[in-house]
Design a protein around this ligand. Structure first.
Ligand SMILES: C[S@@+](CC[C@H](N)C(=O)[O-])C[C@H]1O[C@@H](n2cnc3c(N)ncnc32)[C@H](O)[C@@H]1O
Length: 292
């Protein structure tokens, strides 16, 4: 049965608020930062070898916080190298936030930014129409494949843009996370079938394995405090619940039995742990690194 509940992504203002709350209540960006500082330098080890400039492409970059940290690691690896950094991001507000962050960040004088206010599929058309053939040395898609209609085709397209030593980094929630349990149980009720909202790295790995494409897989442990979701009427709790269910105003609009069942599942040991009276959701991420 396809869900008739209003999707959170259809209300940009509420989506942005709930996404920010998710960031504030989770270790999402901390665990990415650890990955960027601890593991990414090795991943980027050879991408700029013998080059005076490298091409980087961020797809679904949001406010650019993680992007700029990755660029900083790249500059550390290749001091003084010129970086052409292209950003594909459909949300104007996010691009503005990214530009503001750039204006406040030191040591970016060797980095040129090109902004594409468009979706990944629009970018694909843009390249075809303009006959652009530039190869990319590093492409990243962090927490964005949920929003495309065909993730495998998207991965295939962006991988085809890689230079000989290029790398494609994909980060999504892991198949071992609480999200996977939630989506495996309530996909029909919660997920938008026009998009791929309920995918994890597990589905991408299955696609890559089926095609015989090699990749490296990293698990990034992360958690999210969802205690507020269980306080009836708590505004922030309701926004967080919207983020978890991807439904607008889930607490007020979901059928009673669905709401009760989802709330129950969110506390289930396969989704969360109770620590010192707080409900801590398993937000483990998966990072996949592909070569051309
Ligand atoms: C969950 S946010 C992740 C942002 C950032 N990468 C991070 O991890 O903080 C998803 C981002 O993907 C963007 N997005 C949504 N649909 C997209 C699409 N079809 N193509 C490219 N980006 C998209 C959204 O505007 C949003 O900025």
């Amino acid at each position: 049965m396809a869900s008739t509940l209003k999707k959170l992504v259809s209300d940009e203002g509420r989506y942005l608020k709930s996404f920010q709350l998710f960031l504030d209540n989770s270790s999402e960006h901390q665990c990415m930062q650890e990955f960027v500082h601890g593991t990414l330098p090795d991943i980027l080890a050879r991408i700029g070898d013998g080059k005076s400039s490298v091409n980087v492409l961020g797809v679904g970059s949001g406010g650019g916080k993680i992007d700029l940290q990755m660029l900083s690691q790249l500059q550390k690896k290749y001091p003084g190298i010129s970086v052409n950094n292209e950003v594909v991001e459909p949300c104007a507000e996010m691009i503005d936030a990214y530009k503001e962050l750039v204006s406040k960040t030191p040591n970016l004088e060797n980095t040129k930014f090109t902004w594409h206010k468009m979706t990944s599929s629009d970018y694909e058309h843009h390249r075809t129409e303009k006959n652009i053939t530039t190869k990319m040395d590093f492409i990243h898609m962090i927490q964005m494949l949920y929003y495309v209609s065909d993730p495998s085709a998207t991965v295939k397209f962006f991988r085809s843009l890689l230079s000989r030593t290029g790398k494609l980094l994909i980060i999504l929630v892991s198949g071992t996370s609480g999200w996977a349990k939630l989506w495996n149980t309530y996909k029909d009720e919660l997920c938008d079938t026009n998009l791929s909202q309920c995918i994890t790295t597990q589905e991408i790995k299955e696609y890559l394995d089926a095609k015989g494409i090699k990749y490296q897989n990293y698990e990034l442990p992360s958690s999210m405090d969802i205690t507020k979701c269980f306080t009836e009427g708590d505004e922030n709790g309701e926004l967080l619940l919207d983020f978890l269910t991807e439904i607008c105003d889930f607490s007020k609009t979901a059928p009673k039995d669905l709401k009760a069942a989802v709330m129950d599942l969110l506390r289930h040991p396969e989704c969360s742990k109770e620590i010192d009276g707080r409900i801590i959701f398993n937000n483990t991420l998966g990072a996949l690194v592909l070569e051309p």
